[in-house]
Structure formats: structure tokens, C-alpha cells
Write a protein that binds this ligand. Structure first.
Ligand SMILES: *Cc1c(COP(=O)(O)O)cnc(C)c1O
Length: 241
């Protein structure tokens, strides 16, 4: 029978093996355990096994869970951030994977100045140019990078992408490679360091590591499927403390 401990250890060894295979130093790839929709009890179990970073995509849900987990746990925000959630998100999240427009970057910078934070951010690039997805295009990123880098509060650490869904992991490789190439181009053009690449999910994280991922975001392979058990915080958690 598969247990959380068994799945966690298997994912860690697959990450290590992919690092070795691709000539990466062991420990250079870090795991975001994507815990959205799963209840706090499961996260506590994962934390006890050694998970250090959880990834969530709803601010209220993450806040409710954080109150029930050890303070050493770090929280990363994944995906599209709503403008009206910035003030609540800033004190909780160590990193924002998925800053997807100049507008939200500017808003986050302004609110961070008010709250006294210096958020670490990864810019989301829609490398496949899918109409259904958020993110910069390669072109809009190049056009807006200068203005984003000038925002005094944001610590821009790298890029993030979600390739088109496909059962076959190899299909993601070209998109991951594109993101890495784009990162190199942005570093050269704007004379900045963008060391982080957030790419790879349950179905394709090993391919992402081979293409240079420094953060892999794994949900289903660790916690199982999310369908039918969407944990939601109690109504009282939506009230501001
Ligand atoms: C849900 C989610 C994941 C995790 O996906 P799995 O296929 O369950 O591993 C990763 N990244 C983002 C941005 C997500 O929203």
C-alpha cells in the first residue's frame, strides 16, 4: 500500500537521481509540496516527514492551514494572485511563483512598501502562448522587464512556467528548455541574476530538473488526487483578525 512517507521518499530519490543524471549538484533542486485542497492533518503528517515548503493557491486557505502547522514551515504562493489579497498574502508567503503581469508586480510592490515586506517573486511566462493561461509572453516580458526590475520592493529571483498539459512528460521538455533559454537571455540583456527556475509538476518534474529547474512543484504524486476532497477553511477563517 502506498503511504505518504513512501511517496515522499520516492519523490526525493527521483529528484536526487535526476540531479545526478543531469550533472546538477545534489540539493540544488528544491521541492514545493503542493498542498492546495488537502486538509491540514495531511500537511502536518507531511511536515513531520520532513516537508519544509508547502505551495498553495488561495490566500485564505493557506492562512487557515498555517495556523495549524509548525512555524518553521514556509509557504509559497502558486499561480495567479488577486489584487485584493495582496495585503493578506505578503506576511505569509516566502515566495510568489506566478507574478503574471506588470500590473500585479506594481501593485505588489506598492503594498509591500506599505506593509514593510520585500517579497521574493518569480515571473510566470506562458511559453506556449496558450490563450487560457496567465503569464507574460516572451515578448511582453522583454518589454516590461526593465520596469519590473526597477520596482524597489520586489526581489525578482527568476522565472516560472506551466506547460500545456500532456500525459507524456517528454512533451514538456521543449517548454522547459525555452524558459531556461529565456532566463539566460534576460540575465544577459538586463545584467541581472535570475537564479531560480520554477518548473515541473507531478507528471514531468524529472524532465524539468534535466532542463534546469531549481524548484519543482509536486502535488498529486505526493498527496494523491485532489478531486472530490476539496478542503476549505471554516467561514470564521475568512474574517480578518
Ligand atoms: C496545482 C499546481 C501544481 C501541482 O500539480 P500536480 O500535477 O498535482 O503535481 C503545480 N503548480 C501549480 C502552479 C499548480 O497550480
Amino acid at each position: 500500500m502506498s503511504t505518504l512517507a513512501g511517496r515522499f521518499n520516492e519523490i526525493l530519490s527521483r529528484i536526487r537521481a535526476a540531479e545526478v543524471r543531469s550533472g546538477r549538484s545534489p540539493g540544488t533542486v528544491r521541492l514545493v509540496a503542493v498542498s492546495k485542497a488537502h486538509p491540514p492533518e495531511i500537511l502536518r503528517e507531511a511536515a513531520a516527514l520532513g516537508v519544509e515548503v508547502f505551495g498553495e493557491n488561495r490566500v485564505q486557505e493557506a492562512r487557515a492551514k498555517a495556523a495549524q502547522l509548525p512555524a518553521r514551515i514556509r509557504w509559497h504562493f502558486l499561480g495567479h494572485l488577486q489584487r485584493n489579497k495582496l495585503r493578506q498574502a505578503l506576511p505569509l508567503f516566502e515566495m510568489f511563483h506566478g507574478i503574471d503581469s506588470l500590473q500585479i508586480a506594481t501593485d505588489l510592490d506598492r503594498v509591500a512598501a506599505e506593509t514593510g515586506h520585500f517579497p521574493k517573486v518569480l515571473l510566470e511566462v506562458n511559453v506556449a502562448q496558450e490563450a487560457s493561461k496567465f503569464g507574460f509572453t516572451e515578448q511582453s516580458l522583454a518589454e516590461e522587464m526593465e520596469r519590473i526590475l526597477a520596482l524597489p520592493r520586489l526581489e525578482v529571483l527568476g522565472l516560472m512556467t506551466i506547460p500545456p498539459f500532456c500525459e507524456e512528460a517528454e512533451h514538456s521538455r521543449a517548454y522547459f528548455r525555452k524558459l531556461a533559454v529565456l532566463r539566460d537571455a534576460m540575465e544577459a540583456r538586463f545584467a541581472v541574476r535570475l537564479p531560480e527556475l520554477s518548473m515541473g509538476m507531478s507528471g514531468d518534474f524529472e524532465v524539468a530538473i534535466e532542463e534546469g529547474a531549481t524548484w519543482v512543484r509536486v502535488g498529486t504524486a505526493l498527496f494523491g488526487t485532489r478531486s472530490g476532497k476539496q478542503w476549505r477553511p471554516a467561514q470564521s477563517d475568512f474574517l480578518d483578525a
